[in-house]
Design a protein around this ligand. Structure first.
Ligand SMILES: Nc1ncnc2c1ncn2[C@@H]1O[C@H](COP(=O)(O)OP(=O)(O)O)[C@@H](O)[C@H]1O
Ligand SMILES: [Mg+2]
Length: 490
C-alpha cells in the first residue's frame, strides 16, 4: 500500500535526523582519537627544553672517574632529569655513547625499574643517534600507548640523546566519554523529533481528512452542508477557508437557480392560464348557436398578444440561460451610430402610431466601441422598448452618443422616470417598478442588459435624473476604427 501523508512526513523527518546524526558521528567521532594523539604529541614537543645541551652542559656525564665527583654529578643529573620529568609529565631518560648495536647506553635514571625500560625498545633513540636529528613518534609498552620524543644534544664533545615518554592512556577514555555523550544526545534528539513529528503529521492528516469528508458530503448532499472551520494560519487552514468560500458561492448559485426556476415557472403559468381561459371562452363562443364574430376576433387578438408576450418571455429566458452558461460573446469594433439608426428603424412604426418622436441626436460623428454587435443591439432594444412604453403620447425618445475612452450610448425618454427607491431593484431579474408603462414584460430586460454589458467589459447604468424622464446609459470599451478597406468589405 502506498505510504500515507503521515507515514511520509514521519519517515522523511526520521531519515533526515538519522542521516544528519550519522554524518556528524563520522565527522566527529572518526578522527577524534587520531586528533587527540596528534595534539598530545605536539604538546609534548612544545614542552621540551629549547636546548637540552644547555640544561645538561655543566654535567660531565661520562667523563668522571672520581667516585665522589661522579656521585655528585649523577645527583645533579638526576635532579635536572627529575625537574624535566615533572614539567613534561612523563618519563625522561638521558642516553649516551652509541653502542655497537646502535643502542644507546642508558645514563639515567639509574634506579629505573628495569622491566619498564627494557620493555621500551628505544628504537627511536637508535635512529636519532644515527641521524643526529630529533624524532617524535608514538610507542607502546604492554599495550599502553605513549608519545615519545628523542632529541640529540652534545656535551663535552660527546653525543647524547634525551628521550621523553609521556603516557596517553587517557585518550581512549576521553574518546569513550565523547562517544557516550554523542550517542545519548543523538537518541534524545531522535526521540524529540519523533515526539514532535508524529503529532504534527497526525493533526495534519486529521484536518485534511475532515476537509475531504466535507467535500464528499457537498458532492452527495449539495452545497447546503456545513464546512468545518479551521482557524490555523497555514496552508491547510487556507485550503479549508477557500473551500468554505467555494461552498458559500455554490450555495448562493443554487439558491439563485431555485429562485429563478420557481419565478420563471410562475411567470409562465399566469399567461398560459389566461391564454387557456381565452381559448376556452372562444371555444364556448364558437360552439354556441350564433357565434359573435366580433367577440371572437377580440378574444383572438388578446390571445395572440398573450402568446407574443410568452414568446418574448421565452426569448428572455433563453438569453438569461446563455448568460448563465457563459456563452462567449464576440468582441469587435461596433459603430454605435449606425447600429442605433438600424435599431431605431425597427421601432419607427410603433412610435409613429403613438405620436412619439424618436431619433438619434447627431453631431459626434462615428463612435467606435468594442463589443458584440448582436448584444449591443439587444441592449438598445431593451432600453428603447422601455422608453417608448413609458413615454406618453406626443413625447420624445432620443438616443445620444459620446466618444472618449469609454464610448457611451444613452436612451432618454419623457416618461415618469424611475422612483429613487427602485433604482437598484429594477436591474434584478423578474423585478419591475411600480410604473411599468402598462402592458409590460417580465422584469427581465434590464437584468439581461446589465449582464450583457458587463460581459463585454462595459456597464449599463441609470443616470441621475435631470429633469423629466429617465436616462439609461450603456458604456463600452473604446475600439479603434477599422481602416477604410475593412469597412468597405463589411
Ligand atoms: N425608461 C424607463 N422609465 C421609467 N421606468 C423604467 C424605465 N425603464 C425601466 N423602468 C422600470 O424598470 C422596470 C424593469 O424594466 P425591465 O427590466 O425592462 O422589465 P420590464 O420592461 O419587463 O418591466 C420596469 O418595470 C420599470 O418599472
Ligand atoms: Mg423592459
Amino acid at each position: 500500500m502506498a505510504l500515507g501523508l503521515r507515514g511520509r512526513i514521519v519517515g522523511a523527518v526520521l531519515v533526515t535526523t538519522v542521516a544528519t546524526l550519522a554524518v556528524a558521528a563520522l565527522a566527529l567521532l572518526g578522527p577524534l582519537e587520531q586528533s587527540l594523539r596528534k595534539a598530545a604529541l605536539s604538546t609534548l614537543k612544545n614542552d621540551l627544553p629549547k636546548d637540552p645541551a644547555q640544561q645538561f652542559q655543566k654535567l660531565d656525564l661520562l667523563g668522571l672517574t672520581n667516585p665522589d665527583e661522579s656521585a655528585s654529578a649523577q645527583f645533579s643529573l638526576a635532579t635536572t632529569q627529575q625537574q624535566l620529568a615533572t614539567r613534561v609529565g612523563g618519563n625522561v631518560y638521558v642516553l649516551g655513547y652509541p653502542a655497537a648495536d646502535g643502542q644507546g647506553q642508558l645514563l639515567l635514571p639509574r634506579d629505573l625499574e628495569v622491566g619498564n625500560v627494557q620493555a621500551d625498545s628505544f628504537d627511536d633513540v637508535a635512529t636519532v643517534f644515527r641521524s643526529g636529528r630529533s624524532l617524535s613518534s608514538f610507542g607502546s609498552i604492554d599495550g599502553k600507548d605513549y608519545v615519545r620524543v628523542a632529541v640529540p644534544f652534545r656535551n663535552a664533545g660527546l653525543q647524547y640523546v634525551l628521550a621523553i615518554r609521556r603516557p596517553i592512556d587517557e585518550i581512549p577514555a576521553a574518546v569513550d566519554a565523547v562517544r557516550t555523550a554523542f550517542i545519548t544526545a543523538a537518541l534524545a534528539g531522535l526521540a524529540l523529533t519523533l515526539i514532535l513529528a508524529i503529532p504534527l503529521a497526525m493533526t495534519l492528516v486529521r484536518r485534511l481528512r475532515r476537509l475531504r469528508q466535507a467535500a464528499l458530503r457537498v458532492a452527495q448532499e449539495g452545497p447546503v452542508v456545513a464546512v468545518p472551520e479551521d482557524r490555523a494560519s497555514d496552508e491547510v487552514g487556507d485550503l479549508t477557508r477557500t473551500f468554505a468560500i467555494m461552498q458559500r458561492r455554490l450555495q448562493h448559485q443554487e439558491e439563485a437557480r431555485r429562485a429563478f426556476v420557481a419565478t420563471a415557472s410562475h411567470e409562465l403559468r399566469t399567461p398560459l392560464a389566461s391564454l387557456d381561459g381565452m381559448l376556452e371562452l372562444m371555444d364556448d363562443e364558437l360552439r354556441g348557436g350564433e357565434p359573435d364574430l366580433d367577440d371572437a376576433r377580440a378574444l383572438l387578438e388578446r390571445a395572440r398578444a398573450q402568446s407574443r408576450r410568452l414568446g418574448r418571455l421565452a426569448a428572455d429566458l433563453l438569453d438569461l440561460s446563455r448568460i448563465d452558461a457563459d456563452v462567449q460573446l464576440r468582441s469587435e469594433p461596433v459603430e454605435l451610430g449606425e447600429l442605433s439608426r438600424a435599431v431605431l428603424a425597427e421601432f419607427e412604426l410603433g412610435t409613429s402610431e403613438r405620436g412619439i418622436v424618436s431619433g438619434l441626436v447627431d453631431g459626434v460623428g462615428p463612435v467606435w466601441a468594442l463589443g458584440d454587435p448582436g448584444s449591443v443591439a439587444r441592449i438598445l432594444r431593451i432600453l428603447l422598448d422601455n422608453a417608448v412604453r413609458m413615454t406618453p403620447t406626443g413625447g420624445e425618445v432620443t438616443v445620444e452618443l459620446s466618444g472618449g475612452r469609454m464610448p457611451a450610448l444613452s436612451v432618454r425618454d419623457q416618461g415618469p422616470g424611475v422612483r429613487p427607491e427602485e433604482r437598484a431593484l429594477i436591474f434584478e431579474r423578474f423585478q419591475r417598478g411600480r410604473d411599468t408603462g402598462g402592458q409590460a414584460g417580465f422584469g427581465l430586460g434590464l437584468a439581461i442588459g446589465r449582464e450583457l454589458a458587463a460581459r463585454m467589459g462595459g456597464e449599463l447604468v441609470l443616470d441621475e435624473p435631470n429633469g423629466r424622464g429617465a436616462k439609461f446609459t450603456l458604456r463600452l470599451p473604446a475600439a479603434r476604427a477599422p481602416d477604410a478597406g475593412a469597412v468597405a468589405l463589411v
